[in-house]
Ligand binder design. Structure first.
Ligand code: ADP
Ligand code: MG
Length: 248
């Protein structure tokens, strides 16, 4: 069952010319759950992520956040309703320190101060938000490093910290473990397991050990379509999934 539904997509479809990259996908993300989306390259997972974050508008279908219709809304409007995402490509300012990167991301959410006596409050608020994001992403000890000096795995953690700095309720992660070594991947799996307590997490990931360790629900996409959705046990037992994807 899980917690409240925070995000609900109905029949999302996205065409690129003649290609239907995402074809009638419905899914819900609940607080306290990791919802993994898996499927071969080109299945439409990143396009789906872009549709949920508002980076792309759907050709058909609807999107709701906390029961509000946000179909076709801008990424900024969707972010204001409590959704954050990481990107497959990195989004970090390399010359800035870890702290400055996270602080900028936390600041981006704060409406412009209209009076000096509010500004002081807001600064404290921004710092507290940045501090929490760093701790959650397990980067507090790296705060003074330039982002460029972090390991690949730590840079991916920083991406997660940047998303968390806006204090989202819904978090979309597109291949957060890509290119990581085993130890790095294990560290991120641990932090995601902790994050799901308070968040609804959608995890697009190829690392099946991580997926089956974290996921409460899985959706399997092939050629833009959902071919199966269910618990990890149901997905493992699904013949169509075995044939199309897991059958190695
Ligand atoms: P995945 O993330 O599952 O690997 P994508 O969502 O990136 O899949 O891509 C799904 C399909 O849509 C692919 O065939 C890809 O080439 C195509 N596609 C993705 N983005 C665009 C775009 N901006 N313009 C045209 N085709 C695209
Ligand atoms: Mg992708």
């Amino acid at each position: 069952m899980g917690g409240d539904v925070l995000l609900q997509a109905h029949g999302l479809t996205r065409r690129f010319g003649g290609l239907v990259a995402v074809d009638g996908v419905s899914l819900s993300l609940r607080r306290g759950q990791v919802h993994a989306v898996i499927g071969p390259n080109g299945a439409g997972k990143s396009t789906l992520t872009n549709l949920l974050s508002g980076d792309l508008a759907p050709t058909h279908g609807t999107l709701q956040l906390h029961g509000h219709d946000v179909t076709g809304a801008s990424p900024e409007a969707i972010a204001r309703r409590g959704l954050a995402r990481s990107y497959q490509r990195t989004n970090i300012f390399a010359p800035l320190t870890v702290w400055d990167n996270v602080r900028l991301a936390a600041q981006a959410r704060t409406p412009r101060a209209w009076a000096w006596w509010r500004r002081a409050d807001q600064q404290a608020d921004v710092n507290a938000r940045a501090e929490r994001a760093l701790a959650l992403a397990r980067l507090s000890a790296r705060r003074q490093r330039p982002a460029a000096a972090l390991s690949h795995g730590e840079q991916r953690q920083l991406e997660i910290a940047l998303a968390l700095a806006t204090e989202p309720q819904v978090l979309l992660l597109d291949e957060p473990l890509a290119g990581m070594g085993t130890a790095e991947a294990e560290r991120v799996v641990e932090l995601l397991a902790e994050l799901k307590r308070d968040h609804a997490v959608m995890l697009v990931e190829h690392d099946m050990d991580a997926v089956f360790a974290l996921a409460d629900v899985l959706t399997v996409m092939v050629n833009g379509r959902v071919i199966a959705s269910g618990t990890p046990a149901e997905i493992r037992a699904d013949a169509a999934v075995q044939a199309a994807y897991l059958g190695e």
